[in-house]
Design a protein around this ligand. Structure first.
Ligand code: GAP
Length: 501
C-alpha cells in the first residue's frame, strides 16, 4: 500500500491518529488508539521476551526521562547530537539538509561537513522546496534535543532524553551493586525518547516523541564469550561499506562465520547480528528478502560507535529500505565519558580480576517504526477482504467472541469473553451487524481467532458447550469444546524466545 492509503486505513480503524487532531494535529506527534496501543504493548513484550531473554543477567529498568545538563554534556549529545539544517535566505523556510538533497543524494549526508553539503547544494542548483529560489544557506548544525527550564527558578537546564540508552549508563554502577557483580550484564529500557526533528514526516518514521526499546550489554573487553558455533552457518543479508562504495544496494547473503573469519567482525558482534535478524524475521514475521544489514562507514557512524550495522527493511509505503533498528558497538565511550563527567569511577572489580571498564554492545529498536513496518508488511487485501496477517502473539485482539443471534446467544458469549479475558487471552465481544461483517472487522484488526456461539452451543446433546473456532488466515472453522479453548489458543499467544546463552 502507498503511504497515504495505509495511514488512512490505520486512522479509520483507530490504530493511530495525529496528536491534538482537533487543533489540526501536532507535527511529529501521534496518539495510539485501542488497537495501536495494544499492538505496541505486544511488540514491546515480544522484544523483551526475545532480547532480555538472551540471558538471565539481562534486566528491564525504568529510568527517568529527563536528564540534567551535566549528563548530556558528558554523553556528547550537547555537542554532537545535531542534524544539518538549511535556511532559505529568500523565504526563510528551514529544512533538513538531507531532505532537500534527497533527490540528488539519496544515500544521505552522514559524515559530510557543512561546507561539503553546501557545495553539493550549489553544484546541483538545488532550489528551496517552498519558493523555488536558489538562496539556500550553507547548513548549520541544529541540536535535536528538547531543552527544559528546570526547577522553580527555571534557571537550571535539563533535557528530555534523546535516547533511552543514557538511563542504562547512569544506572550501571547501581545495577552492578544490586546484581550478581558479573559480566556480561544487560540493562534494557523501553520508553520514550524525544528529538526536535527539523522535518518530522512519514508518520511514525520521523517523530518528535517516539518509543525505543534498547538493550545495553556491558561486557569485559578482554572477552565476550558467546556460543558462536550455534550461529556460524546462518546466512546474513549484509551490505558492507566496500560494496556500497561500488554503488551496490542489494544485500548479499554471507555466512556468519565468514563475517568473522574474513570480514573482520568480532564473534560477539556477529552473534548478536544473527539474533537481531532472527527477531525481525522470525518474531515480527518480516520476509527475509526484505531485510538488509546496512554497514555504516567511519564517517557515517553515530559519534559513539565503533561498529554500526543498521537493520533496514524494504517497505512499499515508504518506497525503499528504511532503518528500523541497529546493532551498535559503543566500546567504552559511554562509561568513560560518564566516569569523567560524574567524577565516579565506573570501572568494576570482578572477583579475582583487575578492575576494568566494561564495553557496551547496544541493540536498539524503534517501536513506532516497527508498528509502521508491521502495518506495511502484514496489512493488505486478499480478494475482497482486508486482512492484517499479524503473528498471533502480536495481535491486539486475540479472539473475537460473537453470539450468532444477539437476543438468544449474548449471555453465553459475554460470559465466554469474560472467561477468556480472565485467563489472560485478549478477547473482544462483538454482537453488531451480520456475522460476515464481524469477521471482516476482526480480519482487518489482525485477530487470529473468532468464536461463535450458536444454537448448538446451548442445545442439549453432543454439541452442548461447543463453539465454532474460525481461523483468520484460512477462514476454516472447527467445532471446539469450551473447556478446550484456552489450550488451543494460549500457545499461539506466546512470543518466541531465543535459546539462552
Ligand atoms: N541509542 C541509540 C540510538 O538512539 P538511533 O539510530 O538514533 O540510535 C535508534 O535510534 C532507533 O530509534 C532507530 O533505529 C529508529 O528505529 C528509532 N528512531 C530514531 N529516531 C526516530 C524518530 N525521529 N522517530 C521514530 N523513530 C526513531
Amino acid at each position: 500500500m502507498k503511504n497515504e492509503e495505509l495511514y488512512a486505513l490505520l486512522r479509520r480503524r483507530g490504530v493511530l491518529w495525529p496528536s491534538a487532531e482537533i487543533y489540526g494535529g501536532t507535527q511529529g506527534l501521534y496518539d495510539y488508539g485501542p488497537l495501536g496501543f495494544a499492538l505496541k504493548r505486544r511488540v514491546e513484550e515480544a522484544w523483551a521476551a526475545w532480547f532480555v531473554g538472551l540471558s538471565h543477567d539481562y534486566h528491564l529498568i525504568e529510568p527517568a526521562e529527563i536528564l540534567p545538563e551535566a549528563v548530556v554534556r558528558a554523553s556528547g549529545h550537547l555537542e554532537n547530537f545535531t542534524d544539518p539544517e538549511v535556511t532559505c535566505e529568500s523565504c526563510h523556510s528551514v529544512f533538513r539538509a538531507e531532505t532537500v538533497l534527497e533527490k540528488v543524494r539519496p544515500e544521505g549526508v552522514d559524515g559530510l561537513t557543512p561546507a561539503q553539503i553546501g557545495e553539493i547544494l550549489s553544484s546541483n542548483h538545488v532550489k528551496c522546496p517552498t519558493c523555488a529560489s536558489l538562496a539556500l544557506s550553507v547548513p548549520r548544525p541544529f541540536n535535536l534535543m528538547f531543552g527544559l527550564d528546570w526547577g522553580v527558578t527555571g534557571k537550571e537546564r535539563a533535557y528530555l532524553r534523546p535516547e533511552t540508552a543514557q538511563g542504562s549508563y547512569l544506572s550501571f554502577s547501581r545495577m552492578w551493586d544490586v546484581g550478581r557483580r558479573a559480566l556480561p550484564l544487560g540493562i534494557a529500557v523501553i520508553g520514550k525518547a524525544y528529538r526536535n526533528e527539523i522535518a518530522p514526516r512519514q508518520v511514525l518514521f520521523r517523530m518528535r516523541a517516539f518509543t525505543q526499546a534498547e538493550l545495553q550489554i556491558f561486557f569485559d573487553p578482554a572477552g565476550f564469550s558467546v556460543p558462536f558455533d550455534r550461529v556460524r552457518d546462518e546466512l546474513l543479508p549484509v551490505l558492507r561499506v566496500d560494496r556500497r562504495e561500488r554503488g551496490e544496494e542489494a544485500p548479499e547473503l554471507v555466512r556468519a562465520g565468514d563475517l568473522v573469519a574474513s570480514g573482520g567482525l568480532p564473534e560477539f558482534y556477529v552473534y548478536h547480528l544473527v539474533h537481531t535478524v532472527r527477531f525481525f524475521r522470525d518474531v515480527l514475521g518480516y520476509p527475509a528478502d526484505r531485510i538488509r544489514l546496512f554497514e555504516k562507514s567511519d564517517k557515517e557512524r553515530a559519534f559513539y560507535n565503533r561498529i554500526q550495522f543498521d537493520v533496514e527493511v524494504r517497505l512499499e509505503s515508504l518506497s525503499g529500505y528504511k532503518e528500523l533498528g541497529a546493532v551498535h558497538y559503543r566500546g567504552d565511550y559511554d562509561l568513560s565519558r560518564h566516569s569523567q563527567g560524574s567524577g565516579k569511577d565506573l570501572s568494576v572489580h570482578p572477583t579475582g580480576r583487575e578492575p576494568l571498564l566494561p564495553h557496551v554492545l547496544e541493540l536498539t529498536f524503534g517501536v513506532d517504526r516497527n508498528i509502521w513496518g508491521l502495518s506495511d508488511l502484514h496489512l493488505g487485501t486478499e480478494g475482497e477482504r482486508t486482512l492484517w496477517k499479524l503473528p498471533s502473539y502480536l495481535a491486539p485482539v486475540a479472539v473475537g467472541v460473537f453470539p450468532l443471534i444477539a437476543k438468544e446467544h449474548a449471555p453465553y458469549a459475554l460470559a465466554l469473553a469474560d472467561e477468556l479475558a480472565a485467563l489472560g487471552i485478549p478477547a473482544q465481544y462483538d454482537a453488531g451487524s451480520s456475522i460476515g461483517k464481524r469477521y471482516a472487522r476482526m480480519d482487518e484488526a489482525g485477530t487470529p481467532f473468532c468464536l461463535t456461539v450458536d444454537g448448538e452451543t446451548l442445545a442439549e446433546g453432543p454439541t452442548k458447550d461447543t463453539v465454532t473456532l474460525r481461523f483468520r488466515d484460512t477462514r476454516t472453522q472447527e467445532r471446539v469444546a469450551r473447556t478446550d479453548l484456552a489450550a488451543r489458543i494460549l500457545p499461539a499467544l506466546r512470543p518466541p524466545r531465543p535459546a539462552r546463552t
